[in-house]
Design a protein around this ligand. Structure first.
Ligand SMILES: NC(=O)c1ccc[n+]([C@@H]2O[C@H](COP(=O)([O-])OP(=O)(O)OC[C@H]3O[C@@H](n4cnc5c(N)ncnc54)[C@H](OP(=O)(O)O)[C@@H]3O)[C@@H](O)[C@H]2O)c1
Length: 265
């Protein structure tokens, strides 16, 4: 029996992936930082799906030993994986001069290093029979450099490029997709942020359940990169017609007056 490994399982989008796959009776290995939250998620899922195989293991994605411990645990339990859904991400959004070292390290490691490391561990334990799936959650912010959201957009771009290249290396053995969602009202600070973007924020925002369903379909079809939602696709297309300098100035205006500093230290 092969498992789907989900990072960020206790979060907004990760929770949506988890519930959707649990409903499909897919064996799950779930991770996040808090053993307590993972345990209560497992209890909740088992109350609805009593026979569903669910493993939980806490992991701090910033820490290489913690990452290795998760896979050692899987090995001890004889768990093999057929799908990785890397959802975890840290979306600190502020002027870069306000960052300290902790924020830099956390955002870079969780958004990029952790994903690459997990993919490496995962590949060593996956059948690579052509049906193996790797789904990484990027962000539509990575379609251009984003002043005042600079590190986040850069880490998500790095993730997108890494997965696009890896896809070719794994051709015929694994499907690799990077999904790029726009705004999803998963936390209060993100809801405020979406509201601050007025009509466009309201039009382009999507519920995490819808994004999760589209993302799973995209990796099943082995899409290279999927921007989710009509307005986000339109923004991507429209911005490709505009000179980069104008796009960057526009992005600066969009982000300059908002701030998100939720990184769960
Ligand atoms: N919401 C949006 O508008 C939006 C838009 C585009 C892309 N995204 C991307 O979608 C993904 C999910 O975001 P969300 O909106 O669902 O936010 P969220 O609820 O805050 O989820 C983020 C998840 O990342 C995990 N995480 C953070 N630091 C971690 C660490 N050091 N080690 C292990 N896990 C860590 C958290 O797990 P624990 O707290 O349980 O440890 C949490 O479950 C992220 O990659 C985000 O960049 C979100």
């Amino acid at each position: 029996m092969d498992y789907t490994l989900i990072t960020g399982a206790c979060g907004g989008l990760g929770g949506a992936f988890t519930r959707l796959l649990a409903k499909q009776n897919v064996p799950l290995m779930l991770t996040g930082r808090s053993g307590e939250r993972l345990s209560s998620l497992r209890t909740d899922l088992l109350s609805q799906y009593p026979d569903l195989p669910i493993e939980i293991f806490p992991c701090d994605l910033r820490d290489e030993d913690s990452r290795a411990a998760l896979f050692s645990h899987a090995d001890e339990k004889g768990i093999r994986f057929c799908r990785l859904v890397y959802v975890a991400g840290v979306d600190t959004q502020m002027a870069f001069e306000k960052y300290d070292e902790g924020r830099i390290i956390t955002q870079s490691r969780v958004n990029f290093e952790g994903a690459v490391s997990f993919i490496g561990h995962f590949l060593a334990r996956a059948p690579l029979d052509g049906n193996t799936e790797i789904l990484c959650v990027g962000s539509v912010t990575s379609i251009m450099p984003e002043p005042y959201f600079a590190l986040y957009a850069a880490t998500k771009k790095a993730l997108e490029y890494f997965t696009m290249a890896l896809r070719t290396e794994l051709k015929g053995r694994a499907k690799v997709t990077c999904v790029l969602p726009g705004g999803m009202p998963t936390r209060d600070d993100i809801k405020e942020n979406i509201e601050a973007h007025g009509g466009y924020g309201a039009l382009s925002a999507m519920q995490p359940e819808e994004v999760a369903a589209k993302a799973l379909k995209a990796v099943k079809k082995n899409k290279r990169r999927t921007i989710v939602g009509f307005w986000n696709k339109l923004t991507n297309f429209g911005s490709s017609l505009i000179p980069m300098s104008l796009r960057i100035s526009f992005a600066a205006k969009v982000w300059k007056n908002t701030q998100k500093d939720f990184y769960g230290e």
